[in-house]
Design a protein around this ligand. Structure first.
Ligand code: GAP
Length: 466
């Protein structure tokens, strides 16, 4: 664990407006975060690239946007009300509540004993977890240092909500625990209202909610987070699931390495063992990224068979099978599901692009991801001619590029701040600009400056940023 690097990323995120602790002025609310101006732009860029790549650029995928508040029956049918739970344990001395698997995994002696092995605690039964904790006296509370644990118990992760307009039991609904169910419950609507033909995918980007207890690590695991999920439906008699699974793995890998530009040496695939895998999944793999706190799941892919559609058929009494228009054959489609967290992707790109150089910190973000593509400065903020010219350039460029204007402090400080935000190019308007209509354009990575005519800025920056 590179705690130092994680602390530095958290500090930079706060300092430069990427991520703030949630409800901070009221003392904070655990496991919630707010995104500042730079963070909101970065999230938006990741989202848009995901949607563009997996919806707009594919003729076999359509997108939907389903409701967050959803019927209690959806979550009964999906198995979430019964089985979507974490095993938690309480420190009897100081009352700290923790996930039992995290408590064990983070214990130095367990980490040492399992070093180099693919040992996972997730998925072990309550009894097994309790035995490990009871038998290892050095599994002590990270808060008070005592080994005085309660029994291990299950806590459901779904957030219930009570709807005001309905009486009694019927008022219970849930904030969705995954976006996936929106695709299953709208499967028939999409088939009936569009021209999709098997195999095809339904995609969705949006918030999900889980009442999780987490060990920190910024936005890696939060109560409220954004998912990008695709349910790819196919006829198991016509399509080979193993081949589809491999194709989707390749698309996920290419998106992370090519579109987002993440270093492939920090990525690996890990297949879930039987204990960890959901009971309905025939195969699950995680694309893991090497975060400062170790290799962790970024993006999962699962072959969920026809479990979900069949469950919704059973609970809703609606026929969700489809009929092949050519042969008249009734088909119960199976599904492969790539599911990623957008916030986790954001933390990944921050970690992957964080570079310390001799006299500066720089986020070497792929320009497609950079919150601002261009920053514009007047050399001196108290010279109205410089300010006016710089603002005019801002106005002209901002219709084509996300651009930021900065007139504070000295020029060195402004470069320093933009390097930390990851802005690829900084433009400075100086006294020469007033005479010859040129400006300096500084490259974030090389720090080289060149003189460019204002009339050629648009073409020059378009070429540099493409
Ligand atoms: N429909 C399948 C599903 O939801 P998951 O592995 O629970 O699978 C998919 O979630 C992805 O969502 C994860 O790989 C992760 O990137 C993200 N994710 C899950 N829980 C999260 C949380 N509490 N905070 C942030 N991201 C989370």
């Amino acid at each position: 664990m590179n705690a130092n690097l994680m602390d530095k990323i958290i500090a930079l995120s706060k300092r430069r407006g990427f991520i703030y602790p949630g409800s901070e002025i009221y003392g904070g609310l655990a496991n919630t975060y707010d995104y500042g101006p730079a963070g909101a732009e970065l999230l938006r860029n990741i989202r848009n690239l995901w949607w563009d790549n997996f919806v707009h650029k594919r003729e076999d995928v359509v997108g939907i946007d389903a409701s967050i508040i959803s019927h209690q029956e959806i979550w009964k049918a999906s198995g979430h009300t019964a089985g979507f739970a974490d095993a938690l344990v309480d420190c009897k001395n100081c009352k700290l509540r923790m996930r039992a698997d995290h408590l064990i995994e983070n214990n130095p002696s367990f980490a040492k004993a399992t070093e180099g092995k693919e040992e996972k605690v997730e998925g072990k039964s309550l009894e097994e977890l309790e035995k490990i904790i009871k038998n290892n006296k050095d599994i002590v509370c990270p808060n008070c240092g005592k080994h005085d644990w309660s029994s291990v118990r299950k806590f459901n992760l779904l957030f219930p909500v009570n709807l005001g307009i309905v009486e009694g039991d019927q008022s219970l609904a849930y904030l969705r625990g995954e976006t996936a169910q929106g695709m299953f419950v709208n499967f028939k609507n999409v088939v009936d209202s569009t021209r999709v033909k098997l195999p095809f995918g339904i995609a969705q980007l949006g918030k999900s909610f889980r009442n999780e207890i987490t060990p920190g690590n910024s936005v890696f695991r939060t109560l409220e987070f954004e998912q990008g999920e695709i349910e790819y439906f196919f006829d198991p008699e016509e399509s080979n699931w193993e081949k589809l699974f491999e194709n989707w793995k390749n698309s996920m890998w290419d998106f992370v390495t090519k579109t987002l530009g993440v270093n492939k040496n920090n990525l690996r695939w890990r297949e879930h063992g039987n204990e960890e895998k959901s009971f309905y999944s025939k195969k699950t793999e995680d694309l893991e990224y090497k975060f400062p706190f170790g290799f962790k799941e970024l993006w999962g892919i699962a072959y969920r068979t026809d479990y979900d559609l069949k469950q919704h058929m059973k609970f809703s009494n609606k026929d969700l099978s489809i009929v092949d228009p050519q042969t008249g054959k009734k088909i119960m489609p199976h599904v492969i599901e790539p599911a990623v967290g957008i916030n986790r992707m954001l933390l990944m790109v921050l970690s992957d692009s964080y570079v310390e150089e001799k006299e500066r910190i720089v986020l070497k973000l792929n320009p497609k991801l950079a919150p601002y593509k261009i920053a514009i400065f007047p050399l001196l903020a108290n010279k109205p001619e410089l300010v006016e010219k710089a603002k005019k350039i801002f106005k002209d460029l901002s219709s084509n590029f996300v651009t930021v204007y900065d007139g504070r402090g000295n020029i060195g400080k402004r470069y320093f701040a933009q390097d930390e935000i990851g802005t690829p190019f900084c433009i400075t308007v100086d006294f020469d600009s007033l005479k010859d209509n040129t400006v300096t354009v500084r490259d974030r990575d090389t720090m080289k400056q060149e003189r460019i005519k204002i009339s050629e800025l648009f073409t020059c920056l378009t070429n540099k940023l493409s």
